[in-house]
Design a binder for this molecule. Structure first.
Ligand SMILES: [Zn+2]
Length: 302
C-alpha cells in the first residue's frame, strides 16, 4: 500500500502548496482521492500513468477538493483514453461536470460513470475480489464523506510439514489456501488452521477530510493501519475550527487514539501558520505515531 500526496493544503493553491488530492495504490489499484486544482500537473510530476486511474473519490463539493476534476476529465479525452472512469462523490457532482462539458460541446470518448452519494450512514460503494471501499460520513459545512479503503483477507499460507504429515493430496492445496477444511487420503477431515497460517495481514487506509471533530467515525475506522485526518487548525484556533467545521491537530490525534490507528497522517493545513511542524508537536501530545503530509511526499506502508 502506497500513498502519494499530490496536495494537502486548504483553501487556495499557492506557489508551493496545492489543494487536496492524493493517490492510493492498493492491490494494483490507483485510487485518486479528491481532485483539487492542479491535480493533473501533480500527477505528471509523480509520473503516475493517467490510464491507471479508473476510480476517483471526491469527499465534498468545496472547490479545493474538486476544482481539478473537469480539467482532468477533459485531458483524459485529449489523450484518447478508452478506459472507463468511475467518479464517486456527493449528489450534484454529475450536474456540475456535465454542465461544463455540455456548454463546451465537449464529450468524452470513454465511458464516464457517476456514483452519487446521499447516505448519512457508512456504506459499501466499491468491491472486487481484493478491495472494498466504504464511505465515512463526516461533519462539515456541506455534505461530506471520507473513504475507507480495505484490502480483503488474502490467501492462507500452507505449512508444508504439517500438510505433508496430514497426508493431504496436492489437488487440495488450493482449497487449503482459500481457508477450507479438506479430507486427507484416508478420508479424515483436516481442520484448516492445523495445516495453514494466515497470509499477509490485509491493509487499510482511512481518508477523513474535511470534518469537525466527530467521534462517531471511530467504530468505522477502528484498527485501520493508516488514518489521514484533516487538521486545518492548531488548538489556539479551536474556535475557528468549530465555526468552520474543521479539526485541530489535537482532535485528529484523539480520533486516531480512540480508533487504535497505527499511523496518523495530518494534512489540510491552513496557510496562516509559518510552518507545519507545530501540527505534529501538538498531535504527539495525544498520539505517538504522527506523520505530516506534504505535497510531493510518498508514504510506503508495505
Ligand atoms: Zn471543505
Amino acid at each position: 500500500m502506497k500513498l502519494s500526496i499530490l496536495g494537502c493544503y486548504s483553501a487556495t493553491p499557492r506557489t508551493l502548496n496545492n489543494t487536496t488530492s492524493q493517490v492510493l495504490e492498493i492491490n494494483n489499484h490507483m485510487f485518486l482521492i479528491d481532485c483539487g486544482e492542479g491535480t493533473q500537473v501533480q500527477l505528471r510530476k509523480h509520473k503516475i500513468k493517467f490510464n491507471r486511474i479508473k476510480h476517483i473519490f471526491i469527499s465534498h463539493l468545496h472547490g479545493d477538493h474538486f476544482f481539478g476534476l473537469v480539467g482532468l476529465i477533459s485531458t483524459f479525452r485529449l489523450l484518447t483514453r478508452e478506459t472507463d472512469l468511475h467518479i464517486y462523490g456527493p449528489k450534484g457532482i454529475k450536474e456540475i461536470v456535465v454542465l461544463q462539458m455540455k456548454l463546451a460541446d465537449s464529450w468524452t470518448n470513454y465511458n464516464l460513470y457517476f456514483h452519487e452519494l446521499t447516505s448519512k450512514e457508512s456504506e459499501l460503494i466499491y468491491e472486487d475480489d481484493k478491495v472494498e471501499v466504504h464511505t465515512i460520513p463526516l461533519n462539515h459545512r456541506i455534505y461530506t464523506n471520507g473513504y475507507l479503503f480495505k484490502e480483503k483477507e488474502g490467501l492462507r499460507k500452507l505449512q508444508m510439514h504439517a500438510v505433508e504429515d496430514a497426508n493431504i493430496n496436492v489437488a487440495y492445496y488450493r482449497k487449503l489456501t482459500q481457508g477450507f477444511d479438506v479430507e486427507n487420503e484416508d478420508g479424515v477431515l483436516i481442520k484448516n488452521e492445523s495445516v495453514t497460517k494466515s497470509g499477509v495481514k490485509p491493509k487499510s487506509y482511512a481518508f477523513c477530510s474535511d470534518t469537525m471533530y466527530k467521534e462517531d467515525i471511530v467504530p468505522i475506522i477502528k484498527n485501520a493501519d493508516v488514518l489521514y485526518h484533516e487538521s486545518t487548525f492548531l488548538e489556539e484556533h479551536a474556535h475557528l475550527a468549530v465555526r468552520t467545521k474543521h479539526s485541530t491537530a489535537k482532535e485528529a490525534a484523539s480520533i486516531a487514539k480512540q480508533a487504535n490507528i497505527e499511523t496518523l497522517i495530518l494534512g489540510h493545513y491552513s496557510t496562516r501558520y509559518g510552518g507545519i511542524e507545530a501540527f505534529k508537536n501538538e498531535a504527539e501530545e495525544v498520539f505517538e505515531k504522527v506523520e505530516l503530509a506534504e505535497d510531493g511526499k510518498t508514504f510506503d506502508f508495505n
